[in-house]
Design a protein around this ligand. Sequence first.
Ligand code: ANZ
Ligand code: ZN
Length: 851
Amino acid sequence: PPRYQPAELEPRWQKVWREQELDKTSTNSQQPKYYALSMFPYPSGNLHMGHVRNYTITDVIARVRRMQGYRVLHPMGWDAFGLPAENAAIDRGIHPARWTESNIANMRRQLQSLGLSYDWGWELASCQPQYYRWTQWLFLQMWQMGLAYQKSAQVNWDPVDQTVLANEQVDSEGRSWRSGAQVEQKLLKQWFLRITNYAEALLKDLDQLSGWPERVKTMQANWIGRSTGAYLEFPVVGHDEKIAVFTTRPDTVFGVSYLVLAPEHPLVSALTAPSHRLRVQELCQELTNLSVEERTANDQPQRGVPLGTEAVNPFNQQRAPIWIADYVLYEYGTGAVMGVPAHDERDFSFAQQYDLPITQVIVPPGVGEITPLQKAYTEPGILIHSGEFDGLESPITKEKITQTAQERGWGEQRVQYRLRDWLISRQRYWGVPIPMIHCDHCGVLPVPASDLPVLLPENINLSGRGLSPLAQLTEWVQVPCPECGRPARRETDTMDTFIDSSWYFLRFADANNDQGIFDPEKVNDWLPVDQYVGGIEHAILHLLYSRFITKVLRDQGLINFGEPFQRLLTQGMVQGLTYKTVQTGRYLTPEQVIDPQGECRDRETNEPVAIFYEKMSKSKYNGVDPEQVLGKYGADTARMFILFKAPPEKDLEWDDADVEGQFRFLNRVWRLVQNYQEHPPKNTSDATGAERNLRRVIHQTIQAVTSDTTEEYQFNTAIASLMKLTNELTDYQGTNSGFFDEGIQVLLTLLAPFAPHLAEELWHQLGHKGSIHRQPWPLVDKSALVVDEIPLVIQIMGKTRGTIPAPSQADQATLEQLAKDSDVGQRYLQNQTIKKVIYVPGKLLNFVLEP
Ligand code: ANZ
Ligand code: ZN
């Protein structure tokens, strides 16, 4: 019999499938739709194991749905703009477009060798003019809706990549998500999208997303950061201006001992007394160059200076000095706070440092004022020193005080979000040009829609970093004003690439449309995405932006849904075996260590080496190249291993022995089918107990694999079920059986989404004509699942004493009698008084005896 040779049969079937257009998207509207989508990759040049895992998961889901009769949209494309292409151009003199094209070609070939069932007719790349034309169109729509605007702002400046970054792209330590550089602050005129208009909707609609991991929803909610509180105004002594603060604790307003403005606050200059001007200017200068993280770091004393003026607390007429300080941010709330040292930690340390009064206005119930106060009391309590509010409980007083402020014209209730508008300007070449024109006479104007796309010029000098490459291209920048015709200038910023990826899932539903962004009917038909699969690293950025753009297009009347992704699966990382020196923390290759099995040491320095699993990466020498695994075992084994090794959300530890194990399993299936062909069993019609048993395993497998691939996504247990069925069938070989044929057919059909090549090959060896991937998904015959006999566990006083075979349909009384009559019963129950019997149906009887 022929041997299992994936290297030969996999490319052969891939060719046949391509010729037969097996993966073409069905347009039969009689079928229910299913949209299965993986996050499209950045074309860096080569697939890594994380990609393989992501796309394999989605592929299995898509294949199962197809066999279940859905018309499935399962597309693939390229998130093709971005800095690496530009940096490659600078480093190696290749044009970003050529570099990107050749990377795409290579990665497409790699994807195809994995047997992923994409309809390549719907492929798109965000760097193609036929795509980014509509990204520009989308921008212009947002401009018209008042959602795109330009403003001067303190922005995050990445000194390595020489570009600004959105807040979302700076981590909690103030580093760039891409270059890792410490981000600086710069005042620049930039383009923004008004995502804050959608803060409430983005938060509220998270409730609809029952198919999303809780963790991701929590991350989004925290990012949006909704606080309810009060907006309160404090008059300033000797000035007409008032200082507005946002506070979540209006109940503490009688404890205000000072006010603080952010150094950037527009009132700082007007409210600074001449005697204080010098020190105020000094501190402002010092602070404006620091990032938020540096300004608010906890490991240093707070920096502040008084302005020399005072405000009046409208509630008790007390005067409060006005300060500026590092811990108040201009970007949040009103850029000013009321300092309540007794009840806020940062205010407490600030007051201690600068000797400001600390007045308790909330005390623990039944305890009273704490003297001396060692730290801020932030718990709820009873109000004191608070005039008409004395004796009330603090939580309910929040509203009372806000209401009082409202009645007397001092303030109002306010909802505040942490979310900021989305900064989309980038001073780089390889991105979508923002389609705007600056005219000295007419102002800022949109490029007329008929002039789209604004093409990226091909002839560009990318010699080094620095000024935006487009800004240096005078002949490209110069353009007649669309309004007055006089010489004007193109906008030279390009868009953040997260805009490209915030609408591609819509375009996939109508990828080749050259008349419009898409046909709304098609998008409303295919969307929302039924299953989206991708990395947890996109929990905030990409998913939030995509939800935002979807809502914008809905409000514009283009589409009829507000949430793009019904179900979201965030797959875990693929980790590789890592060697790292214990003291010096250097990563080593397996070749650089001795005795990797026992006590591991650096071959060169003899330093002890720690062995553990960590996310695969080049710099850690722990990566496994997909091409190598494919070359050795084939795509089917790689797919099986990845799905079998861990549930999809969990991290996966790469293990060569387990890869080998899956290869052996596929070989077992292969041999089973070869034997079956050589010695076909005779069909018998008498259904013996053993035969019914086989049929039950067959249908249990259908049931398990179906739910594991459509409901819970437990591909590992699905494969375990397939292994069990294979074993069962192998045990039956040589026996004549009426159910053996069914068993083989079911095994191959259920295996098809996981190991598509092997299943197809064996299917054809059995003489079938059409593709196994066009077979209907097997259905469970409920009657086959009925068990005649169950093993009933007998317990005495909770201790298992034995198991007896029992009819599955028998009632409790019958089972009790059976148990008493059994050997176990004879031994343990004779001459005993039974106090009660606990029955777990289908499983056990527990006899509780009188002592
Ligand atoms: C007085 C007060 C008393 C406060 C108290 C807290 C406790 P979240 O939950 O993040 O919304 N705050 C307001 N604007 C600020 C800014 N621009 N920079 C720094 N801090 C600012 O927090 C709201 C609280 O953070 C506000 O409530 C304010 O301090 C401070 F016992 O006001 B609170
Ligand atoms: Zn003009």
